[in-house]
Design a protein around this ligand. Structure first.
Ligand SMILES: NC(=O)c1ccc[n+]([C@@H]2O[C@H](COP(=O)([O-])OP(=O)(O)OC[C@H]3O[C@@H](n4cnc5c(N)ncnc54)[C@H](O)[C@@H]3O)[C@@H](O)[C@H]2O)c1
Length: 259
């Protein structure tokens, strides 16, 4: 363990089975946090748990759907029974269902708003009283650059991400008196299982490579990896972040700086 930026911290991470959530779980555990892994897919959840086990980290697994709020509440109770506190919540889990308003169904809107926004509200609501009682907390939510600008065909997803940005500020204002810091991260393109659309990794298509990489629409000229973003989420959960709340950190290789 090279550092201990999160020594003795207890963190809940949603969507910890793969992609960014797994990278955050591994990095949090490596930094000394005890991590509660919440994930709907029990196979990927077990893989993340095994990786943390092999690295000597401390963890507990919860195979659940974060929109099942009774199950989510029981998980928070279990974490309290396990460690007596929740220092950090990382609202990471999300789903993406592609389609324009002309072809999309209301049900797809509801599903994405439920996982990507409502569960951010509910998860935060479940941990906030414990954090307030302890006069300490960090809530970090994963938004997206799609909350600022749209690549098309992802309206409900983008609406949820924009909602996270606004709600982060609201929570920061409401919870500041309890020393609960609430911030968000907006990744750009990241190579994760979510970047596969119809079986194709959209960050490896010729069009993507030409426009974003070769022509420099992403100034750093590569697609992001989960490990490029997880360190920012470590920072936001750590003591290096102690006078910053209500903020959004964009981690996109410079993409939003170009037009
Ligand atoms: N991949 C990208 O390019 C990109 C870009 C910007 C933002 N993001 C955001 O980063 C975060 C992580 O995305 P990712 O790319 O790792 O996605 P991913 O699809 O690879 O991983 C998401 C994880 O969340 C889990 N999950 C989904 N619904 C759940 C539910 N109801 N209950 C519990 N777990 C659930 C999934 O099973 C999966 O393990 C998301 O908030 C996403 O919107 C991703």
């Amino acid at each position: 363990m090279p550092h201990a930026l999160l020594q003795d911290r207890v963190a809940i991470i949603t969507g910890a089975g793969q992609g960014l959530g797994r990278a955050v779980a591994l990095e949090y555990a490596a930094e000394g946090a005890a991590v509660a892994l919440l994930e709907i897919n029990d196979e990927t959840l077990a893989e993340t748990a095994q990786a943390i086990e092999e690295a000597g980290g401390e963890y507990k697994t919860f195979a659940l759907d974060i929109t099942d709020y009774d199950a989510y509440a029981r998980a928070v109770d279990d974490v309290m029974a396990w460690k007596g506190k929740v220092d950090i919540l990382v609202n990471n889990a999300a789903i993406a269902i592609y389609g324009t308003i002309l072809e999309d169904e209301l049900d797809n809107w509801r599903k994405q708003i439920a996982v990507n926004l409502e569960a951010v509200y509910m998860g935060s609501k479940l941990v906030a009283p414990h954090m307030a009682a302890a006069n300490y907390g960090r809530i970090v939510s994963v938004a997206s650059i799609q909350g600022f600008a749209s690549s098309g065909e992802a309206g409900p997803y983008n609406a949820a991400k924009g909602g996270i940005m606004a709600y982060t500020k609201s929570m920061a204002v409401e919870l500041g008196a309890y020393n609960i810091l609430v911030n968000a991260v907006a990744p750009g393109f990241m190579r994760t299982p979510m970047s596969f659309v119809d079986g194709v990794d959209e960050t490896t298509t010729p069009d993507f490579l030409e426009w974003y990489v070769e022509r420099g629409k992403i100034p750093l000229r590569r697609t992001g990896l989960p490990e490029d973003v997880s360190g920012t989420i470590v920072f936001l959960g750590s003591e290096y972040c102690r006078y910053m709340t209500g903020q959004l950190l964009v981690v996109d290789g410079g993409l939003m700086s170009t037009f």
